[in-house]
Design a protein around this ligand. Structure first.
Ligand code: RIB
Length: 314
Protein backbone atom coordinates (compact mmCIF):
# COMPACT_ATOMS: atom_id res chain seq x y z
CA UNK A 1 0.00 0.00 0.00
CA UNK A 2 1.17 3.53 -0.75
CA UNK A 3 1.12 5.07 2.73
CA UNK A 4 1.89 8.52 1.37
CA UNK A 5 -1.75 8.55 0.30
CA UNK A 6 -3.11 6.85 3.39
CA UNK A 7 -5.40 9.00 5.54
CA UNK A 8 -7.04 7.85 8.73
CA UNK A 9 -10.12 9.82 9.77
CA UNK A 10 -11.49 9.47 13.30
CA UNK A 11 -14.90 11.07 13.53
CA UNK A 12 -18.67 11.18 13.27
CA UNK A 13 -21.22 9.72 10.87
CA UNK A 14 -24.71 11.25 10.71
CA UNK A 15 -27.80 10.90 8.65
CA UNK A 16 -28.60 14.49 7.62
CA UNK A 17 -32.22 15.66 7.37
CA UNK A 18 -31.95 18.83 5.30
CA UNK A 19 -34.92 21.20 5.43
CA UNK A 20 -35.08 24.03 2.91
CA UNK A 21 -36.78 26.98 4.56
CA UNK A 22 -37.52 30.58 3.57
CA UNK A 23 -35.77 31.89 6.66
CA UNK A 24 -34.16 30.48 9.80
CA UNK A 25 -36.69 30.46 12.68
CA UNK A 26 -36.64 32.85 15.65
CA UNK A 27 -37.07 31.44 19.19
CA UNK A 28 -40.71 30.40 19.62
CA UNK A 29 -41.47 30.50 15.88
CA UNK A 30 -42.85 27.53 13.93
CA UNK A 31 -42.01 27.49 10.24
CA UNK A 32 -42.89 25.22 7.31
CA UNK A 33 -40.10 23.76 5.20
CA UNK A 34 -40.34 23.92 1.41
CA UNK A 35 -38.68 20.53 1.07
CA UNK A 36 -36.89 17.82 3.02
CA UNK A 37 -33.98 15.76 1.69
CA UNK A 38 -31.79 13.20 3.39
CA UNK A 39 -28.08 12.78 2.76
CA UNK A 40 -25.24 10.98 4.47
CA UNK A 41 -23.26 13.43 6.61
CA UNK A 42 -21.34 13.94 9.83
CA UNK A 43 -18.09 15.87 9.86
CA UNK A 44 -15.88 12.79 10.11
CA UNK A 45 -17.49 10.90 7.24
CA UNK A 46 -17.77 14.05 5.10
CA UNK A 47 -14.03 14.64 5.45
CA UNK A 48 -13.32 10.97 4.75
CA UNK A 49 -15.41 11.17 1.55
CA UNK A 50 -13.62 14.36 0.48
CA UNK A 51 -10.19 12.78 0.99
CA UNK A 52 -11.26 9.63 -0.89
CA UNK A 53 -12.69 11.66 -3.79
CA UNK A 54 -9.40 13.57 -3.86
CA UNK A 55 -7.67 10.23 -4.45
CA UNK A 56 -6.56 9.10 -0.98
CA UNK A 57 -6.78 5.62 0.52
CA UNK A 58 -9.01 6.33 3.51
CA UNK A 59 -9.84 4.46 6.70
CA UNK A 60 -12.72 5.84 8.75
CA UNK A 61 -12.79 5.02 12.47
CA UNK A 62 -16.26 5.76 13.80
CA UNK A 63 -19.49 4.23 15.08
CA UNK A 64 -22.92 3.47 13.62
CA UNK A 65 -26.12 2.17 15.17
CA UNK A 66 -27.36 -1.35 14.42
CA UNK A 67 -30.22 0.15 12.39
CA UNK A 68 -31.11 0.39 8.71
CA UNK A 69 -29.43 3.83 8.44
CA UNK A 70 -26.19 2.36 9.71
CA UNK A 71 -26.36 -0.54 7.29
CA UNK A 72 -27.04 1.73 4.29
CA UNK A 73 -24.32 4.14 5.41
CA UNK A 74 -21.67 1.44 5.60
CA UNK A 75 -22.57 0.15 2.13
CA UNK A 76 -22.38 3.68 0.72
CA UNK A 77 -18.92 4.33 2.22
CA UNK A 78 -17.69 1.03 0.82
CA UNK A 79 -18.96 2.04 -2.62
CA UNK A 80 -16.85 5.22 -2.25
CA UNK A 81 -13.76 3.06 -1.66
CA UNK A 82 -13.45 3.83 2.07
CA UNK A 83 -12.28 1.08 4.42
CA UNK A 84 -15.20 0.51 6.81
CA UNK A 85 -14.06 -2.49 8.85
CA UNK A 86 -12.89 0.13 11.39
CA UNK A 87 -16.46 1.39 11.89
CA UNK A 88 -17.95 -0.15 15.03
CA UNK A 89 -21.57 -1.28 14.98
CA UNK A 90 -23.16 -0.60 18.37
CA UNK A 91 -26.05 -2.50 19.93
CA UNK A 92 -29.58 -1.84 18.74
CA UNK A 93 -30.36 0.53 21.63
CA UNK A 94 -28.06 3.20 20.16
CA UNK A 95 -29.19 4.87 16.93
CA UNK A 96 -26.95 6.09 14.15
CA UNK A 97 -26.15 9.80 14.67
CA UNK A 98 -28.35 12.33 12.92
CA UNK A 99 -28.44 16.01 12.09
CA UNK A 100 -31.40 18.31 11.54
CA UNK A 101 -30.19 20.96 9.10
CA UNK A 102 -32.09 24.09 8.07
CA UNK A 103 -30.94 25.91 4.93
CA UNK A 104 -32.44 29.34 4.19
CA UNK A 105 -33.05 30.95 0.79
CA UNK A 106 -29.82 32.92 1.34
CA UNK A 107 -27.89 29.67 1.80
CA UNK A 108 -27.35 30.27 5.54
CA UNK A 109 -27.75 27.20 7.72
CA UNK A 110 -28.16 26.05 11.28
CA UNK A 111 -27.61 22.48 12.45
CA UNK A 112 -28.76 20.42 15.44
CA UNK A 113 -26.79 17.21 15.88
CA UNK A 114 -28.05 14.20 17.87
CA UNK A 115 -24.82 12.23 18.48
CA UNK A 116 -26.31 8.72 18.88
CA UNK A 117 -23.55 6.21 18.12
CA UNK A 118 -20.95 8.98 17.68
CA UNK A 119 -21.25 9.76 21.40
CA UNK A 120 -20.29 6.14 22.19
CA UNK A 121 -17.03 6.19 20.21
CA UNK A 122 -14.73 5.58 23.16
CA UNK A 123 -10.94 5.77 23.55
CA UNK A 124 -11.02 1.95 23.94
CA UNK A 125 -12.56 1.59 20.46
CA UNK A 126 -9.81 3.82 19.06
CA UNK A 127 -7.19 1.63 20.78
CA UNK A 128 -8.59 -1.42 19.03
CA UNK A 129 -8.04 0.27 15.64
CA UNK A 130 -4.72 1.92 16.54
CA UNK A 131 -2.86 0.18 13.70
CA UNK A 132 -4.83 2.18 11.12
CA UNK A 133 -3.65 5.43 12.69
CA UNK A 134 -0.09 4.15 13.15
CA UNK A 135 0.13 3.09 9.49
CA UNK A 136 -1.37 6.27 8.10
CA UNK A 137 0.45 9.25 6.71
CA UNK A 138 -2.14 11.68 8.10
CA UNK A 139 -4.68 11.54 10.93
CA UNK A 140 -7.65 13.86 10.32
CA UNK A 141 -9.76 14.83 13.36
CA UNK A 142 -12.84 16.93 14.17
CA UNK A 143 -14.74 17.32 17.45
CA UNK A 144 -18.14 15.73 16.77
CA UNK A 145 -17.10 12.76 18.91
CA UNK A 146 -16.10 12.71 22.60
CA UNK A 147 -13.09 14.96 23.16
CA UNK A 148 -11.12 12.29 25.05
CA UNK A 149 -11.59 9.94 22.08
CA UNK A 150 -10.17 12.43 19.59
CA UNK A 151 -7.32 13.15 22.01
CA UNK A 152 -6.51 9.44 22.34
CA UNK A 153 -6.29 9.18 18.55
CA UNK A 154 -3.93 12.18 18.50
CA UNK A 155 -1.64 10.60 21.10
CA UNK A 156 -1.48 7.32 19.11
CA UNK A 157 -0.67 9.28 15.95
CA UNK A 158 2.00 11.40 17.63
CA UNK A 159 3.77 8.30 19.00
CA UNK A 160 3.78 6.77 15.51
CA UNK A 161 4.93 9.98 13.74
CA UNK A 162 1.65 10.19 11.85
CA UNK A 163 1.00 13.86 11.07
CA UNK A 164 -2.17 15.29 12.59
CA UNK A 165 -4.66 17.72 11.10
CA UNK A 166 -7.43 18.92 13.39
CA UNK A 167 -10.60 20.77 12.47
CA UNK A 168 -11.87 21.63 15.98
CA UNK A 169 -15.51 21.78 14.94
CA UNK A 170 -18.06 22.02 16.45
CA UNK A 171 -16.10 24.26 18.80
CA UNK A 172 -16.04 23.44 22.50
CA UNK A 173 -14.27 25.53 25.15
CA UNK A 174 -13.04 22.23 26.62
CA UNK A 175 -10.64 21.99 23.65
CA UNK A 176 -7.29 23.41 24.81
CA UNK A 177 -4.75 23.43 22.01
CA UNK A 178 -1.89 23.51 24.53
CA UNK A 179 -2.92 19.99 25.65
CA UNK A 180 -2.62 18.60 22.11
CA UNK A 181 0.31 18.08 19.79
CA UNK A 182 -1.06 18.60 16.30
CA UNK A 183 0.63 19.75 13.10
CA UNK A 184 -2.10 21.71 11.35
CA UNK A 185 -5.39 23.26 12.48
CA UNK A 186 -8.19 24.28 10.11
CA UNK A 187 -10.76 26.68 11.57
CA UNK A 188 -13.39 29.13 10.44
CA UNK A 189 -13.37 32.71 11.71
CA UNK A 190 -15.40 32.18 14.88
CA UNK A 191 -13.39 29.05 15.74
CA UNK A 192 -10.19 31.05 15.11
CA UNK A 193 -11.31 33.69 17.63
CA UNK A 194 -12.08 31.02 20.23
CA UNK A 195 -8.85 29.11 19.54
CA UNK A 196 -6.51 32.09 19.62
CA UNK A 197 -8.38 34.45 21.96
CA UNK A 198 -7.82 37.15 19.31
CA UNK A 199 -11.00 39.12 18.63
CA UNK A 200 -9.69 41.11 15.61
CA UNK A 201 -8.05 38.46 13.42
CA UNK A 202 -5.21 40.55 11.99
CA UNK A 203 -2.29 38.84 10.26
CA UNK A 204 0.23 40.53 12.57
CA UNK A 205 -1.52 39.28 15.73
CA UNK A 206 -1.89 35.77 14.30
CA UNK A 207 1.80 35.72 13.29
CA UNK A 208 2.77 36.52 16.88
CA UNK A 209 0.28 33.97 18.27
CA UNK A 210 1.63 31.05 16.25
CA UNK A 211 5.20 31.61 17.45
CA UNK A 212 4.26 30.38 20.91
CA UNK A 213 2.29 27.32 19.71
CA UNK A 214 3.39 23.87 18.54
CA UNK A 215 1.34 24.08 15.33
CA UNK A 216 3.16 24.11 11.97
CA UNK A 217 0.30 26.04 10.40
CA UNK A 218 -3.05 27.56 11.22
CA UNK A 219 -5.50 27.73 8.31
CA UNK A 220 -8.45 30.10 8.69
CA UNK A 221 -11.23 29.69 6.13
CA UNK A 222 -13.44 32.74 5.58
CA UNK A 223 -16.15 31.57 3.18
CA UNK A 224 -15.86 33.45 -0.13
CA UNK A 225 -13.12 35.71 1.29
CA UNK A 226 -9.42 34.70 1.19
CA UNK A 227 -8.25 31.85 3.41
CA UNK A 228 -5.47 32.87 5.80
CA UNK A 229 -2.40 30.67 6.04
CA UNK A 230 -0.42 31.41 9.20
CA UNK A 231 2.99 29.82 9.73
CA UNK A 232 5.99 30.40 11.97
CA UNK A 233 8.63 32.83 10.64
CA UNK A 234 6.86 33.23 7.28
CA UNK A 235 4.58 36.16 6.41
CA UNK A 236 0.88 35.30 6.50
CA UNK A 237 -0.64 34.43 3.12
CA UNK A 238 -4.13 35.36 1.96
CA UNK A 239 -5.31 32.82 -0.61
CA UNK A 240 -8.59 33.65 -2.40
CA UNK A 241 -10.97 30.80 -3.24
CA UNK A 242 -12.40 30.49 -6.76
CA UNK A 243 -15.55 32.54 -7.28
CA UNK A 244 -18.70 30.41 -7.51
CA UNK A 245 -22.47 30.79 -7.20
CA UNK A 246 -23.16 29.31 -3.76
CA UNK A 247 -26.50 27.61 -3.05
CA UNK A 248 -25.73 25.73 0.19
CA UNK A 249 -22.64 25.89 2.39
CA UNK A 250 -23.33 22.66 4.35
CA UNK A 251 -20.22 20.46 4.26
CA UNK A 252 -18.03 23.07 2.52
CA UNK A 253 -15.59 23.13 5.45
CA UNK A 254 -15.42 19.33 5.44
CA UNK A 255 -14.76 19.31 1.71
CA UNK A 256 -11.88 21.76 2.30
CA UNK A 257 -10.42 19.62 5.12
CA UNK A 258 -10.48 16.32 3.19
CA UNK A 259 -8.90 17.73 0.02
CA UNK A 260 -6.35 19.72 2.08
CA UNK A 261 -5.39 16.54 3.97
CA UNK A 262 -4.90 14.61 0.74
CA UNK A 263 -2.70 17.36 -0.72
CA UNK A 264 -0.54 17.32 2.44
CA UNK A 265 -0.31 13.50 2.23
CA UNK A 266 0.84 13.88 -1.38
CA UNK A 267 3.64 16.18 -0.23
CA UNK A 268 2.24 19.40 -1.72
CA UNK A 269 3.44 22.73 -0.28
CA UNK A 270 0.95 24.28 2.16
CA UNK A 271 -0.07 27.01 -0.31
CA UNK A 272 -1.06 24.34 -2.81
CA UNK A 273 -2.96 22.36 -0.18
CA UNK A 274 -4.89 25.51 0.75
CA UNK A 275 -5.68 26.28 -2.91
CA UNK A 276 -7.02 22.77 -3.42
CA UNK A 277 -8.97 23.02 -0.16
CA UNK A 278 -10.38 26.37 -1.27
CA UNK A 279 -11.51 24.91 -4.60
CA UNK A 280 -13.03 21.90 -2.85
CA UNK A 281 -14.92 24.11 -0.39
CA UNK A 282 -16.14 26.43 -3.14
CA UNK A 283 -17.27 23.54 -5.35
CA UNK A 284 -19.19 22.01 -2.43
CA UNK A 285 -21.31 25.16 -2.09
CA UNK A 286 -22.63 24.78 -5.65
CA UNK A 287 -24.85 21.79 -4.81
CA UNK A 288 -27.30 21.04 -2.01
CA UNK A 289 -26.39 18.64 0.80
CA UNK A 290 -23.15 17.50 2.41
CA UNK A 291 -21.65 14.41 0.76
CA UNK A 292 -23.80 14.88 -2.31
CA UNK A 293 -21.92 18.15 -2.96
CA UNK A 294 -18.33 17.11 -2.23
CA UNK A 295 -16.25 17.27 -5.46
CA UNK A 296 -13.68 14.82 -6.74
CA UNK A 297 -10.11 15.59 -7.81
CA UNK A 298 -11.03 16.27 -11.46
CA UNK A 299 -13.73 18.74 -10.47
CA UNK A 300 -11.45 20.78 -8.23
CA UNK A 301 -8.71 20.85 -10.86
CA UNK A 302 -11.25 22.10 -13.42
CA UNK A 303 -12.31 24.82 -11.01
CA UNK A 304 -8.69 25.77 -10.38
CA UNK A 305 -8.05 25.80 -14.15
CA UNK A 306 -10.95 28.15 -14.69
CA UNK A 307 -9.43 30.41 -12.04
CA UNK A 308 -6.15 31.46 -13.66
CA UNK A 309 -4.63 32.81 -10.43
CA UNK A 310 -4.75 29.30 -8.95
CA UNK A 311 -3.49 27.43 -12.02
CA UNK A 312 0.18 27.45 -11.07
CA UNK A 313 -0.54 25.85 -7.74
CA UNK A 314 -2.08 22.55 -8.79
O1 RIB B 1 -20.21 19.92 8.55
C1 RIB B 1 -21.47 19.53 8.08
C2 RIB B 1 -21.99 18.40 8.90
O2 RIB B 1 -22.25 18.87 10.20
C3 RIB B 1 -23.30 17.81 8.43
O3 RIB B 1 -23.13 16.77 7.50
C4 RIB B 1 -23.97 17.36 9.72
O4 RIB B 1 -24.08 15.99 9.85
C5 RIB B 1 -23.12 17.96 10.83
O5 RIB B 1 -22.33 17.02 11.39
Amino acid sequence: MDYSRQISVVGSLNLDFIHNVDHLPQPGETITARSLKTDFGGKGANQAIAAARAGASVTLIGALGADSHGERYRAFLTSEGILTSSITELDDTTPTGSACILVSNEGENCIIVTPGANGCLSPAIIESHAHHIQNANILLLQLEIPLETAQRAAVIARQANTRIIINPSPWTDSFKLSEWEVDYAIVNESEARSLTGIEELSESRLNIWIQSHKLNALVITQGARPTLLIRKNVPALKIPPPKVQAVDTVGAGDSFAGHFAHAIAEGCPLEVAVRRGNAAGAAATQKAGAQNAIPNRTEIFELLDANSASKLYQ
